[in-house]
Design a protein around this ligand. Structure first.
Ligand code: SF4
Length: 285
C-alpha cells in the first residue's frame, strides 16, 4: 500500500490561484494548497485495502489524506486521470488538474455532514475540493454563505481562503465517474471511506444532509454496515424528507434529504435557492 511510481503525468501548468507549477494528476505532497497527503501516505489498491486503511485512520486529517490518493476502483482511476491529462474542458486546458479523489472538505469540528453523489470531471477533479469549479458548487456555496455556513459566497479552488463553519462536505463516491454514474461495486467500495468519516465525526455529529438520492442511499448503506439503527421500512429520499438514525451507542442523528444541486435541477427550478436555503436553515434546529 505504497505510492505509485508509474502514474503518467503531464505538465507542469500554473495553478490558477497560486501560479505555482503542478503536474497533472498532482503528485501528493508537492505543495498543492490544502493537499492532505504526502509522499508517504499509504495508497489503497483494492476494496480490502480501503477497509484496512480506513479502519486504521484515527483522525479526519489522516482519513482525508488516504482518501485523496486512493486507487481502488480501476475504471474510475483511469477516467479521472485521463481527463486530467488529456480530456480537459477547453476553458481549463492550461490549468493543472488534481486528478485524484476528492477528500472531504470543511470544518473538522462540524456537527453537520453534507453528502453529495460524486465529483465532476472538470470540477472537483480539477480543483481538488468538493463541489468546486462547476455550476453545482456555485449554487451550493452561495447558499452556504447566505445561511451562515461559509465565509464567502464562492468556492473557486483550493487556496481561495474559503472556510466552512459547522459543516463538512463529503460524497458517496470520491472519484469522478464517467457520465456521472458510478457502478454498484464502486459505490460499495467507496462507502467504506464514508463510513469511517461518520465514525470519526463521532457523537458530535448531529445531522447528515444528502444531496440527491444516491447520497441518501450511500448514507443508509454506510450506517447499516456500521451497525446504526435505521428505521424500518427504510426511509425514502425526498426533498426535505427526514428520518432519525441512531448510532450503536444510541446517539440520534437526523438524516435530511435535499434535491441535488445539479444544473438539471437548478436550471429547471426543481430546486430553487429558497428551497435550498430552507433546508440548510432547518439543519440548525
Ligand atoms: S471511488 Fe472511492 S474507493 Fe474508488 S478509487 Fe475513488 S476514492 Fe477509492
Amino acid at each position: 500500500m505504497t505510492q505509485d511510481d508509474d502514474v503518467v503525468r503531464v505538465g507542469p501548468d500554473p495553478h490558477p490561484l497560486t501560479h505555482d507549477p503542478f503536474l497533472s494528476p498532482v503528485p501528493p505532497g508537492t505543495g498543492w494548497p490544502t493537499d492532505p497527503a504526502d509522499a508517504s501516505t499509504p495508497v489503497a489498491h483494492t476494496a480490502d485495502d480501503v477497509a484496512a486503511l480506513a479502519a486504521d485512520a484515527h483522525t479526519l486529517a489522516d482519513l482525508d489524506a488516504r482518501v485523496s490518493v486512493c486507487r481502488a476502483c480501476p475504471r474510475l482511476v483511469e477516467w479521472r486521470e485521463t481527463v486530467a491529462r488529456q480530456d480537459r474542458r477547453a476553458s481549463f486546458a492550461d490549468e493543472p488538474y488534481w486528478g485524484r479523489p476528492g477528500p472531504s472538505f470543511g470544518d473538522p469540528d462540524a456537527d453537520t455532514l453534507i453528502v453529495g453523489l460524486a465529483p465532476a470531471a472538470n470540477g472537483t477533479n480539477r480543483t481538488g475540493r468538493m463541489f468546486t469549479g462547476d455550476a453545482s458548487g456555485d449554487f451550493l456555496y452561495a447558499a452556504l454563505h447566505r445561511t451562515g455556513y461559509a465565509s464567502q459566497p464562492t468556492s473557486v479552488g483550493a487556496g481561495d481562503g474559503l472556510e466552512l463553519d459547522g459543516i463538512r462536505i463529503a460524497a458517496a463516491v470520491r472519484c469522478a465517474p464517467p457520465a456521472n454514474v458510478p457502478t454498484p461495486a464502486e459505490r460499495a467500495t467507496c462507502a467504506t471511506w464514508l463510513g469511517r468519516d461518520l465514525e470519526l465525526l463521532g457523537d458530535r455529529l448531529r445531522v447528515i444532509m444528502t444531496l440527491g438520492e444516491i447520497g441518501w442511499r450511500g448514507v443508509l448503506a454506510a450506517t447499516t454496515t456500521l451497525g446504526w439503527v435505521v428505521p424500518r421500512p427504510r426511509p425514502r429520499f425526498g426533498h426535505a424528507a427526514e428520518a432519525t438514525l441512531h448510532t450503536p451507542t444510541g446517539h440520534p442523528v437526523r438524516l435530511v434529504g435535499c434535491y441535488h444541486v445539479s444544473p438539471h435541477n437548478t436550471y429547471t427550478k426543481r430546486l430553487t435557492p429558497a428551497m435550498l436555503d430552507d433546508v440548510l436553515t432547518s439543519l440548525r434546529h
